[in-house]
Design a protein around this ligand. Structure first.
Ligand code: ADP
Length: 244
Protein backbone atom coordinates (compact mmCIF):
# COMPACT_ATOMS: atom_id res chain seq x y z
CA UNK A 1 0.00 0.00 0.00
CA UNK A 2 3.03 2.27 -0.13
CA UNK A 3 3.93 3.87 -3.46
CA UNK A 4 7.71 4.06 -3.52
CA UNK A 5 7.89 6.40 -6.50
CA UNK A 6 6.41 3.85 -8.94
CA UNK A 7 4.23 5.54 -11.56
CA UNK A 8 1.05 3.48 -11.91
CA UNK A 9 -0.98 5.77 -14.22
CA UNK A 10 0.61 7.63 -17.15
CA UNK A 11 -0.22 11.04 -18.71
CA UNK A 12 -2.86 9.44 -20.99
CA UNK A 13 -4.66 7.99 -17.99
CA UNK A 14 -3.48 4.47 -18.89
CA UNK A 15 -2.63 2.04 -16.10
CA UNK A 16 0.48 -0.13 -15.80
CA UNK A 17 -1.12 -2.83 -17.99
CA UNK A 18 -2.66 -0.34 -20.44
CA UNK A 19 -6.18 -0.31 -19.02
CA UNK A 20 -8.35 2.72 -18.33
CA UNK A 21 -9.58 3.35 -14.76
CA UNK A 22 -12.91 1.55 -15.36
CA UNK A 23 -11.65 -1.45 -17.36
CA UNK A 24 -11.66 -5.04 -16.15
CA UNK A 25 -8.81 -7.38 -17.03
CA UNK A 26 -9.58 -9.98 -19.72
CA UNK A 27 -11.79 -12.72 -18.23
CA UNK A 28 -12.11 -16.41 -19.10
CA UNK A 29 -14.64 -18.68 -17.43
CA UNK A 30 -15.64 -22.31 -17.77
CA UNK A 31 -17.82 -24.65 -15.70
CA UNK A 32 -17.73 -28.43 -15.33
CA UNK A 33 -13.95 -28.53 -15.73
CA UNK A 34 -13.21 -31.19 -13.08
CA UNK A 35 -14.61 -34.73 -13.22
CA UNK A 36 -14.47 -35.83 -9.59
CA UNK A 37 -16.50 -33.04 -8.02
CA UNK A 38 -20.26 -32.35 -8.18
CA UNK A 39 -19.65 -28.91 -9.61
CA UNK A 40 -16.55 -27.06 -10.74
CA UNK A 41 -15.33 -23.93 -12.45
CA UNK A 42 -12.19 -22.27 -13.79
CA UNK A 43 -11.84 -18.50 -13.75
CA UNK A 44 -9.07 -16.35 -15.19
CA UNK A 45 -9.06 -12.61 -14.50
CA UNK A 46 -5.92 -11.23 -16.11
CA UNK A 47 -3.04 -13.33 -14.83
CA UNK A 48 -5.01 -14.58 -11.81
CA UNK A 49 -6.01 -18.22 -12.40
CA UNK A 50 -8.34 -20.14 -10.11
CA UNK A 51 -10.15 -23.48 -9.91
CA UNK A 52 -13.15 -24.10 -7.67
CA UNK A 53 -14.72 -27.45 -6.84
CA UNK A 54 -17.93 -28.19 -4.95
CA UNK A 55 -18.97 -31.45 -3.25
CA UNK A 56 -22.48 -31.95 -1.92
CA UNK A 57 -24.97 -31.39 -0.49
CA UNK A 58 -24.06 -34.60 1.36
CA UNK A 59 -24.13 -36.02 4.87
CA UNK A 60 -21.98 -33.86 7.12
CA UNK A 61 -19.08 -35.37 9.03
CA UNK A 62 -18.55 -35.24 11.94
CA UNK A 63 -22.30 -35.53 12.44
CA UNK A 64 -22.47 -33.39 15.59
CA UNK A 65 -21.63 -30.34 13.42
CA UNK A 66 -24.82 -30.84 11.36
CA UNK A 67 -27.63 -28.30 11.81
CA UNK A 68 -31.26 -29.52 11.98
CA UNK A 69 -32.67 -26.67 9.87
CA UNK A 70 -30.03 -25.97 7.24
CA UNK A 71 -26.87 -27.03 5.46
CA UNK A 72 -23.36 -26.07 6.56
CA UNK A 73 -20.89 -24.70 4.03
CA UNK A 74 -17.24 -25.62 4.50
CA UNK A 75 -15.05 -23.34 2.45
CA UNK A 76 -11.31 -23.58 1.83
CA UNK A 77 -9.49 -20.83 -0.06
CA UNK A 78 -5.95 -22.00 -0.76
CA UNK A 79 -3.05 -20.58 -2.73
CA UNK A 80 -0.75 -23.11 -4.40
CA UNK A 81 2.91 -22.73 -3.35
CA UNK A 82 3.79 -21.99 -6.97
CA UNK A 83 1.06 -19.34 -7.41
CA UNK A 84 3.29 -16.46 -6.32
CA UNK A 85 6.89 -15.50 -7.12
CA UNK A 86 8.30 -16.29 -3.70
CA UNK A 87 7.10 -19.82 -2.99
CA UNK A 88 4.22 -19.52 -0.51
CA UNK A 89 4.64 -21.45 2.75
CA UNK A 90 2.96 -24.86 2.82
CA UNK A 91 -0.27 -25.34 4.76
CA UNK A 92 -2.98 -22.80 5.52
CA UNK A 93 -1.76 -19.32 6.43
CA UNK A 94 -3.74 -16.88 8.62
CA UNK A 95 -4.63 -14.94 5.47
CA UNK A 96 -6.07 -18.06 3.81
CA UNK A 97 -8.11 -18.92 6.92
CA UNK A 98 -9.52 -15.37 6.97
CA UNK A 99 -10.35 -15.39 3.27
CA UNK A 100 -12.01 -18.82 3.54
CA UNK A 101 -14.26 -17.34 6.23
CA UNK A 102 -15.27 -14.14 4.40
CA UNK A 103 -15.94 -16.08 1.18
CA UNK A 104 -18.05 -18.60 3.12
CA UNK A 105 -20.10 -15.76 4.66
CA UNK A 106 -20.80 -14.27 1.23
CA UNK A 107 -21.87 -17.67 -0.18
CA UNK A 108 -24.09 -18.50 2.81
CA UNK A 109 -26.38 -15.57 2.02
CA UNK A 110 -26.81 -16.71 -1.57
CA UNK A 111 -27.38 -20.45 -1.11
CA UNK A 112 -30.81 -21.76 0.00
CA UNK A 113 -29.23 -23.56 2.97
CA UNK A 114 -32.64 -24.35 4.47
CA UNK A 115 -33.37 -26.68 1.53
CA UNK A 116 -30.67 -29.09 2.75
CA UNK A 117 -31.04 -29.61 6.54
CA UNK A 118 -28.24 -31.64 8.20
CA UNK A 119 -26.17 -31.56 5.00
CA UNK A 120 -22.69 -30.28 4.27
CA UNK A 121 -21.50 -28.48 1.16
CA UNK A 122 -17.75 -28.36 0.58
CA UNK A 123 -16.30 -25.53 -1.48
CA UNK A 124 -12.63 -25.68 -2.47
CA UNK A 125 -10.93 -22.71 -4.08
CA UNK A 126 -7.42 -23.28 -5.44
CA UNK A 127 -5.42 -20.30 -6.60
CA UNK A 128 -3.08 -21.60 -9.30
CA UNK A 129 -1.59 -18.23 -10.19
CA UNK A 130 -2.03 -15.05 -8.15
CA UNK A 131 -1.90 -11.56 -9.61
CA UNK A 132 -4.29 -9.56 -7.44
CA UNK A 133 -8.00 -9.98 -6.76
CA UNK A 134 -7.77 -13.67 -5.88
CA UNK A 135 -10.50 -13.60 -3.20
CA UNK A 136 -13.04 -12.04 -5.57
CA UNK A 137 -12.06 -14.22 -8.54
CA UNK A 138 -12.17 -17.20 -6.15
CA UNK A 139 -15.66 -16.20 -5.10
CA UNK A 140 -16.73 -15.96 -8.74
CA UNK A 141 -15.34 -19.44 -9.39
CA UNK A 142 -17.05 -20.81 -6.25
CA UNK A 143 -20.37 -19.26 -7.24
CA UNK A 144 -20.16 -20.86 -10.70
CA UNK A 145 -19.14 -24.22 -9.21
CA UNK A 146 -22.14 -24.15 -6.82
CA UNK A 147 -24.48 -23.41 -9.72
CA UNK A 148 -22.78 -26.16 -11.76
CA UNK A 149 -23.43 -28.58 -8.86
CA UNK A 150 -27.13 -27.72 -9.18
CA UNK A 151 -27.34 -26.20 -5.71
CA UNK A 152 -30.31 -23.86 -5.29
CA UNK A 153 -29.18 -20.27 -5.00
CA UNK A 154 -30.96 -16.95 -4.60
CA UNK A 155 -28.43 -15.46 -6.97
CA UNK A 156 -24.87 -15.81 -8.23
CA UNK A 157 -22.48 -13.94 -5.94
CA UNK A 158 -20.13 -11.84 -8.00
CA UNK A 159 -16.92 -10.27 -6.76
CA UNK A 160 -14.73 -7.47 -8.02
CA UNK A 161 -11.98 -5.38 -6.47
CA UNK A 162 -11.75 -1.63 -6.69
CA UNK A 163 -9.11 0.67 -5.26
CA UNK A 164 -7.09 3.87 -5.40
CA UNK A 165 -3.96 4.13 -7.50
CA UNK A 166 -1.95 7.35 -8.06
CA UNK A 167 -4.87 9.29 -6.56
CA UNK A 168 -7.51 7.75 -8.89
CA UNK A 169 -10.26 5.25 -8.18
CA UNK A 170 -9.66 2.23 -10.44
CA UNK A 171 -11.39 -1.08 -11.12
CA UNK A 172 -10.00 -4.63 -10.77
CA UNK A 173 -6.49 -4.06 -9.41
CA UNK A 174 -3.61 -6.25 -10.53
CA UNK A 175 -0.89 -7.29 -8.08
CA UNK A 176 1.39 -4.25 -8.66
CA UNK A 177 -1.54 -1.84 -8.25
CA UNK A 178 -2.60 -3.70 -5.11
CA UNK A 179 0.92 -3.53 -3.63
CA UNK A 180 1.87 0.04 -4.59
CA UNK A 181 -1.55 1.72 -4.76
CA UNK A 182 -3.13 3.68 -1.92
CA UNK A 183 -6.16 1.45 -1.32
CA UNK A 184 -7.63 -1.93 -2.29
CA UNK A 185 -11.29 -2.74 -1.66
CA UNK A 186 -12.61 -6.17 -2.66
CA UNK A 187 -16.40 -6.33 -2.90
CA UNK A 188 -18.91 -9.11 -3.47
CA UNK A 189 -22.35 -8.22 -4.70
CA UNK A 190 -25.64 -9.95 -5.42
CA UNK A 191 -27.51 -8.05 -8.16
CA UNK A 192 -30.79 -9.84 -7.49
CA UNK A 193 -30.68 -9.27 -3.72
CA UNK A 194 -29.19 -5.82 -4.38
CA UNK A 195 -26.89 -6.50 -1.49
CA UNK A 196 -23.17 -6.22 -0.82
CA UNK A 197 -22.10 -9.54 0.70
CA UNK A 198 -18.41 -8.84 1.27
CA UNK A 199 -16.52 -5.60 1.67
CA UNK A 200 -12.97 -5.23 2.90
CA UNK A 201 -10.74 -2.18 2.70
CA UNK A 202 -6.99 -2.08 2.89
CA UNK A 203 -5.77 1.55 2.81
CA UNK A 204 -7.61 4.85 3.08
CA UNK A 205 -10.47 6.40 1.09
CA UNK A 206 -12.45 9.61 1.72
CA UNK A 207 -16.26 9.29 1.87
CA UNK A 208 -16.50 10.67 -1.71
CA UNK A 209 -13.86 8.21 -2.93
CA UNK A 210 -15.58 5.37 -1.11
CA UNK A 211 -18.92 6.14 -2.79
CA UNK A 212 -17.24 6.43 -6.20
CA UNK A 213 -15.44 3.13 -5.58
CA UNK A 214 -18.67 1.32 -4.66
CA UNK A 215 -20.37 2.61 -7.82
CA UNK A 216 -17.44 1.51 -10.00
CA UNK A 217 -17.22 -1.90 -8.29
CA UNK A 218 -20.94 -2.52 -8.84
CA UNK A 219 -20.54 -1.67 -12.54
CA UNK A 220 -17.62 -4.13 -12.72
CA UNK A 221 -19.66 -6.78 -10.89
CA UNK A 222 -22.55 -6.38 -13.34
CA UNK A 223 -20.22 -7.02 -16.31
CA UNK A 224 -18.79 -10.12 -14.62
CA UNK A 225 -22.32 -11.26 -13.65
CA UNK A 226 -23.37 -11.24 -17.32
CA UNK A 227 -20.30 -13.30 -18.26
CA UNK A 228 -21.05 -15.77 -15.46
CA UNK A 229 -24.62 -16.26 -16.67
CA UNK A 230 -23.38 -16.67 -20.26
CA UNK A 231 -20.84 -19.28 -19.09
CA UNK A 232 -23.54 -21.34 -17.37
CA UNK A 233 -25.93 -21.01 -20.30
CA UNK A 234 -23.23 -22.12 -22.73
CA UNK A 235 -22.64 -25.40 -20.89
CA UNK A 236 -26.28 -26.25 -20.29
CA UNK A 237 -27.60 -25.21 -23.69
CA UNK A 238 -24.92 -27.49 -25.21
CA UNK A 239 -26.23 -30.44 -23.18
CA UNK A 240 -29.80 -29.76 -24.31
CA UNK A 241 -28.65 -29.71 -27.94
CA UNK A 242 -26.79 -33.00 -27.43
CA UNK A 243 -29.93 -34.70 -26.13
CA UNK A 244 -32.09 -33.57 -29.06
P1 ADP B 1 -6.35 -10.58 -3.16
O1 ADP B 1 -5.61 -11.60 -3.97
O2 ADP B 1 -7.75 -10.98 -2.88
O3 ADP B 1 -6.25 -9.20 -3.78
P2 ADP B 1 -4.46 -9.67 -1.15
O4 ADP B 1 -4.80 -8.22 -1.26
O5 ADP B 1 -4.13 -10.23 0.21
O6 ADP B 1 -5.65 -10.57 -1.73
O7 ADP B 1 -3.25 -10.02 -2.08
C1 ADP B 1 -2.99 -9.29 -3.25
C2 ADP B 1 -2.01 -10.04 -4.10
O8 ADP B 1 -0.77 -10.18 -3.41
C3 ADP B 1 -2.39 -11.48 -4.41
O9 ADP B 1 -3.35 -11.61 -5.43
C4 ADP B 1 -1.06 -12.04 -4.81
O10 ADP B 1 -0.75 -11.65 -6.14
C5 ADP B 1 -0.12 -11.35 -3.82
N1 ADP B 1 0.10 -12.22 -2.65
C6 ADP B 1 -0.77 -12.59 -1.70
N2 ADP B 1 -0.20 -13.43 -0.80
C7 ADP B 1 1.07 -13.58 -1.21
C8 ADP B 1 2.20 -14.33 -0.72
N3 ADP B 1 2.12 -15.12 0.36
N4 ADP B 1 3.36 -14.23 -1.39
C9 ADP B 1 3.47 -13.46 -2.50
N5 ADP B 1 2.44 -12.75 -3.02
C10 ADP B 1 1.27 -12.80 -2.39
Amino acid sequence: MENKGIKLINEDGKRIDGRLYNELRPIKMEVGVLEKSDGSAYVEQGKTKIFAAVFGPKELHPRHLALPDRAVINCRYHMASFSVEERKQLGMTRREIELSKVIRHALETAVFLEKFPRAGIDVFIEVIQADGGTRVAGLNAASLALADAGIYMRDLVVGCAVGKVDGRIVLDLCDIEDKYGEADMPIAFSPRLNSILLLQLNGKLSIEEFNEAIKLAKEGCMKIYELMKETLKKKYSYIIMEEE
